[in-house]
Design a protein around this ligand. Sequence first.
Ligand SMILES: *Cc1c(COP(=O)(O)O)cnc(C)c1O
Length: 409
Amino acid sequence: MSGKQPVYMDHQATTPVDPEVLEAMLPFFSREFGNAASRSHSFGWRAEEAVEKARESVASLIHAGPPEIVFTSGATESDNLALFGVTEALYRKGRHIVTCRTEHKAVLDCCARLEKLGYEITYLPVDRHGLVSPADVLAAITEQTVLVAIMAANNEVGTVHPVAEIGRIAREKGVPFHCDAAQAVGKIPIDVEAMGIDLMAFSAHKIYGPKGVGALYVRKRHPRVRVAPQIHGGGHEKGLRSGTLNVPGIVGFGKACEIAGRVMPEESRRLAGLRDRLQERLLSELDDVHLNGHPERRLPHSLNVSFACVEGESLMLALDGVAVSSGSACTSASLEPSYVLKAMGVSNELAHASLRFGLGRSNTAEQVEYVADRVAENVERLRRLSPLYEMPGPGGRSAKAKGAGPARM
Ligand SMILES: *Cc1c(COP(=O)(O)O)cnc(C)c1O
C-alpha cells in the first residue's frame, strides 16, 4: 500500500455512500423526480411508492412497523422531535426528564433548552467504562418524569448501554423511552420490540447512506406514544414532520438499511477482528496507553485510546493521511477536553491525549497494520519531544521510548 494514500478511520463521524446506495438514488434526482405528496399523477405515485418501499426497509432493520417510521433530516432532528415532541404532548403530566451525561449534543442541547423552559433534567453519571446503571434510571424516575432519554451506544467511546433493561424499567414506570441509536443501528442488532424502545433516532449517513436524511421511530402500539409535531406545514409524515420528502435521500436510506441487514453479522465480526488487532498492537507496542470505553460492551468497529504525555491534537495532525478524530467530531472544534471522557472520570491530561478510531466497510487488514505503524512511530517521536515524558518518574517511564533513536522532526 502506498504511504501517500489517505486511510479513513473515522466512521463514527460519517461513512461514504455505498455504490449500491448511490445507484438506487440516482434515478430519483432526474427521471423519477416526482413529489411523493402529488396524488394526481404517476410522477407522484412512483415517488410515493419508492418512499414506502424504503420505509419498509428502514422499519425492518429495527423490527418496527413501517407506519412507525417518520423520515427526518437526520438523527439531530429526530432527537429534537423526540424531546420537544414528547414534552409538549405530555405538558400536563410533568416537567422532568432522565438522561445521561454522555449523551450526544443533539440530546444534551435539547435538554439545556428545556431546562431554560422550566424543566428539571436528571443527568445520570456513568462508570469508568461509560456505562449508565439501570438502577440509577429507576431511582431517578418520579411522578413528574415524562421521558427517559438514553443512547444505545456512545459515539466517542463506543460503550453500549443496557438498553433492554432500561426499556423494561421505563415501561414498568409508564414513562416513554427515547433512544439515540445513530451509532448502534447497522452495527449491532437493534430490536425496538425486544428492547422496549418507544422512540428512536437514527441516521442514514452513519450506515453508508446519504447525509441529510434520518428517521425517528415512534411506537404506535403497546403503548401508543404521543408526539407533538415541531415542523408544521402540509401535514407530511402523518402530520408529524411537514415538508416535501427528500425522495432520493429516503430511497438511499432504505437501500443502506437493506444492505446493513444483509451484511451486519459478517461485517461486524470482520471489523471487530480488525479493531482488536489495532488495539492489541497499540497496547502491546507502546507503554502508557489507556483504553477508553468498555472492554467488551463496545461497538465492534470502535476504538478510543489515550497515549499518556501526547497531545491527541498533535498526534492527529502528525498522522497526516490517516483520518481519525481526537475526541468527538462534534466537540473537537473546541479546546475543552471531551465531556464524555471527563464524565467517565478520565483525567484532563489523558482526555487531551485521546484518539478515536472508527473502522468501516472499506478498511483492510493492511491498512490496520499501516495505521498501527504510523501511530506507534508518532507517539514515540512526540514522547521523545515531550518534557513530561522524559521526566524521571518512580521507576522511570518508558524504556522503549528512551532506547529509541534521536528525535526526527
Ligand atoms: C451522528 C450522531 C448524531 C447526529 O446525527 P445527524 O444525522 O448527523 O444529525 C446524533 N447522535 C449520535 C449518537 C450520533 O452519532
